[in-house]
Design a binder for this molecule. Structure first.
Ligand code: ARG
Length: 598
């Protein structure tokens, strides 16, 4: 539909130009070209699109909006190419122009989609600059928590959409692998478990997390321990071989554990942790000093922030170098931004950098983004975007905990989703008196269980907090993964039963309102994908797919398909096929594989 919308827009512009040549020319000279304001129709009964531009033109043209709309419509009526796209336009209300696409055009568009594996989603021109998606990013020697899971799932879906559009995407795992935590941990381990520092696999991640907690407790209460830990960080950061080796082992240990989770969720990430930027930290300070942004405040080097209007901001300054000479999280992020936008080979040459973290880091990112802009590191048109998400809560609205009150381990969370699916499936098979192989049961339970966890996360508006509920995410009805996966199985089954080897008739034709509603929804797919690419809200794609299923069900319940006579039957089967294809591709872009049978 985007292609058609673009065509309509140029016809409208042409009509404006012919009706009001002087106004169009002078607006162009003034650098504010007239805009027909084409958008989707506000209600289905108004057609497919509406153009509201006549209202904004009333003042500059000194004419009533309806008169302007009439003049535009008269021009359109004289344009045969426009006539091939639309039925005669209708003027409504104060001067809206309602546009309804010709049924044969919509039907032909369905045919075109069926022959197009991209389902109408145009790829961007090749050779574009990379887009960085910084996501997941857990911390070494700490447990990966549900916030990281959200980041992993949302970031992966965004990366998939961007990749599908044809952008080169750098999927960066900005793991916390540098800084004070290692000083504490290494100091503590030297005393209590020295083998962990020179032997691979001497401890597992669970132990490591426990050691980390002990180390942190000592750090908070014992001054001597604090001093030694700080010295240990300095040793590590200056490349001391013993510290380096210990650090390497600790990182490997955590990395293997993280990787198991990524493999299970089918998520690809390139690790480029905080330590990567260590060699660039000095240059950050030098750049900021040269730009006159650094201010010394109580021994620390800071950049004070500005409000939008350029006055001093109330927000705390970004501390670039602590009074003890150490760098911090923000310094590393500044170095990362500088590197990501810098032209290769010194950097990634990105034009868009996206960060997926919990909303709690919003002010951190607002601060470092501003500093990066003022330092001049962001090229013209370069975009820096924080994609925040809310907290994961338990059903009681509090922080998610296990029944015993512990933090939830991600592995156990995924295991439970799969186990519950397994039990549900066995119950259903028994009710239906179906016999299935163990391999089938395990494949279905795994696919549905993991899909449910992903989809529950993606389908809520990410900005709001999100209540984790197995019962809700595993329900067979409602906006859930099981509902959608089941719909795919059903629709693909209908298309298969219809036979015809997926052949699409030369000319498609539809008559029923349920068919048209489904056609229009199917043709929105390209627009939805581009919207997700722009706004970075995967829940838009989820809602779209859910609505698609509902429209499909209405169509299938109320309009005969397999029992219909030709030629209607072939066209309706083509709708079934396109519905299945759209659901499969859409779910795939959310990182959710579909099943043939359930
Ligand atoms: N490691 C951080 C955390 O666990 C997330 C890092 C996000 N990315 C970044 N470039 N700061 O909260």
């Amino acid at each position: 539909m985007l292609r058609i919308a673009h065509a309509l827009n140029s016809h409208l512009l042409g009509a404006l130009e012919s009706a009001f040549p002087e106004a169009v020319a002078s607006a162009r000279v003034a650098g504010a070209p007239l805009d027909p304001q084409l958008g989707p129709a506000s209600k289905p009964e108004f057609g497919d699109f509406q153009a509201n531009g006549a209202l904004a033109l009333a003042r500059p043209l000194r004419l009533a909006p309806r008169a302007i709309a009439t003049a535009i419509v008269d021009q359109l009526a004289a344009d045969p190419d426009f006539g091939a796209l639309c039925l005669p336009p209708q003027i409504a209300g104060p001067g809206f122009i309602n546009l309804t696409l010709k049924p044969e055009l919509l039907a032909a568009e369905v045919g075109r989609r069926l022959a197009d594996p991209r389902l109408g989603v145009e790829p961007v021109a090749p050779g574009g600059a990379p887009v960085v998606v910084d996501f997941s990013s857990p911390n070494i020697a700490k447990e990966m928590h549900v916030g990281h899971l959200r980041s992993t799932i949302i970031g992966d879906a965004l990366a998939r959409v961007l990749e599908f559009r044809g952008h080169p995407v750098l999927r960066l795992n900005h793991v916390g692998d540098w800084g004070t935590q290692f000083g504490m941990l290494i100091t503590h381990l030297k005393q209590v478990a020295p083998e962990a520092l020179d032997t691979a696999d001497a401890v597992d991640l669970g132990d490591l997390v426990a050691f980390y907690r002990q180390a942190k407790a000592r750090f908070d209460s014992d001054e001597a321990f604090q001093t030694t830990s700080r010295e240990e960080v300095v040793k590590l950061q200056s490349g001391d071989p013993v510290s380096r080796r210990a650090w390497q082992l600790l990182c490997d240990q955590s990395r293997r554990e993280f990787q198991r989770l990524y493999d299970r969720l089918d998520i690809r990430l390139d690790e480029r942790g905080e330590s990567f930027y260590n060699p660039y930290l000095e240059a950050v300070v030098a750049d900021l000093a040269a730009a006159g942004l650094l201010v010394s405040d109580g021994g620390a080097q800071c950049v004070f922030l500005e409000a939008d209007d350029g006055t001093a901001s109330q927000a705390p300054p970004v501390i670039v170098r602590k009074s003890d000479g150490g760098f911090n999280y923000a310094t590393t992020d500044l170095a990362a931004i500088r590197y990501r936008f810098a032209a290769p080979p010194e950097g990634d040459g990105a034009r868009r950098v996206i960060y997926v973290t919990d909303a709690g880091q919003a002010s951190h990112f607002a601060g470092v983004f501003q500093v990066a802009r003022r330092a001049g590191w962001i090229p013209e048109g370069g975009r820096l975007e924080h994609v925040p998400f809310g907290l994961v809560q338990g059903e009681d609205g509090k922080k998610l905990k296990t029944r015993a009150g512990d933090t939830v381990r991600l592995k156990e969370l995924l295991d439970e989703a799969v186990e519950r699916c397994d039990a549900d499936l066995r119950r259903r098979l028994e009710e239906e008196e179906r016999q299935e192989e163990e391999a089938f049961i395990s494949e279905v339970a795994t696919t549905v269980g993991l899909a449910a966890v992903k989809y529950a996360d993606l389908s809520t508006n990410r900005i709001t907090n999100y209540q984790f509920s197995f019962d809700r995410m595993l329900a067979l009805s409602g906006n859930t993964a099981p509902y959608l996966l089941y719909a795919v199985v059903r629709i693909a089954g209908i298309a298969r039963k219809g036979g015809g080897d997926g052949e699409v008739p030369e000319v498609l034709g539809f008559s029923e309102p349920q068919e048209w509603a489904l056609v229009r929804q199917l043709l929105q797919f390209d627009a939805v994908i581009q919207e997700v690419e722009e706004e970075l809200l995967p829940n838009r794609l989820c809602s779209y797919l859910f609505e698609l299923c509902q429209l499909f069900n209405r169509f299938y319940d109320q309009v005969p398909v397999l029992r219909a006579d030709e030629p209607a039957r072939a066209s309706r089967l083509a709708l079934c096929r396109l519905s299945a294809d759209t659901l499969k591709l859409g779910l795939g872009l959310l990182g959710i594989p579909t099943l043939e049978r359930m």
